[in-house]
Design a protein around this ligand. Structure first.
Ligand SMILES: [Zn+2]
Length: 304
């Protein structure tokens, strides 16, 4: 991240392939090239919700830390950004490499009476129309993958453990196995997460990554003895490139969740202070028009 986080402009966003969409105070970051390839997509912010986290927060998960009616109302508001009916399919995230495949909208809906997710995994893949594959984050890296040739798509949750384990690679491999998607055709958006400007880790992570990443020196900036700041976004990007994804088709949002708690929830910044933290959501899907869904609603320019 070369630009100061506090001064990200709409131009900076546009340059990296993103723009804000906002309806009734609910705002999300959209990856324009992914949308142009036919994929409805969005990374939520904390703005425009009803949760006391600390107020008017768009908390989209974490039923043990917020009232179910707040979370469900926030989800309803968030989904309004994407127009029409969507079945939101997520999972109970484990920092592992398991993947959920959703065959149709009916399968995406949560079990009757379930408060949270009941399927344990860290990536959701599908090729069904009107299914939104979603992952929850608060500092971890959300990755959205869409293949315009096969209309298949994936939402991936990659914290340091998932990155170390290669969850992005497992998601790509699953897209290939299930739908014959080829990495070179995939368009990928890496969303707001704890970035290299802020995310300090200890020797456990540093040593693990040294085994796993050839280029690991470029992922760390030493801070104090035994600690360094890690660039998890680059680590995930490097993994995807190694699998054959084209560099020009990977778009990384220039926003750090730890630097911008005015926009995002940050586990590391807020959990200790407030005892709880809201959850962001990253979603991807496609409409019934197949691989060329019409973007909806039109672009709403927004300047913070
Ligand atoms: Zn930061």
């Amino acid at each position: 991240m070369s630009m100061p986080m506090e001064t990200i402009t709409d131009f900076d966003l546009q340059r990296t392939g993103f723009y804000w969409r906002e309806i009734d105070g609910v705002r999300a970051l959209i990856c324009a090239p992914l949308e142009d390839d036919g994929f409805t997509n969005g990374f939520s912010t904390r703005l425009g919700g009803v949760s006391p986290m600390p107020q008017a927060a768009l908390n989209l998960a974490g039923f043990n830390e917020d009232a179910a009616e707040n979370i469900l109302e926030n989800r309803r508001r968030f989904l309004k950004l994407f127009g029409g009916e969507w079945a939101l399919g997520g999972c109970w995230q484990m920092h592992g490499i398991d993947i959920r495949v959703i065959r149709d909208a009916e399968e995406a809906r949560p079990a009757e009476g379930a408060r949270g997710e009941t399927i344990y995994c860290d990536a959701v893949v599908s090729n069904a129309a009107r299914v939104l594959a979603g992952v929850k984050t608060a500092d971890c890296v959300p990755i959205l993958i869409g293949d315009p040739k096969t209309s298949s798509f994936a939402a991936v949750h990659a914290g340091w453990r998932g990155t170390y384990a290669g969850i992005g690679l497992y998601a790509l491999e699953r897209l290939t196995r299930e739908y014959n998607a080829q990495p070179k055709d995939c368009r990928i958006a890496i969303g707001p997460a704890a970035a290299a400007c802020c995310y300090e880790v200890g020797s456990e992570v540093i040593d693990g990554f040294k085994e796993r990443f050839q280029d690991s020196d470029n992922l760390f900036k030493p801070t104090r003895e035994g600690y360094a700041r890690v660039d998890l976004l680059k680590a995930n990007r490097d993994q995807l490139l190694s699998a054959g994804v084209v560099a020009e088709r990977i778009h990384t949002a220039p926003l750090c969740t730890m630097s911008r708690t005015d926009l995002f929830f940050s586990y590391r910044r807020e959990k200790q202070v407030h005892g709880k933290v809201g959850r962001l959501m990253a979603v991807i899907g496609r409409t019934q028009e197949g691989g060329n869904g019409v973007p909806f609603p039109p672009l709403y320019p927004f300047t913070p």
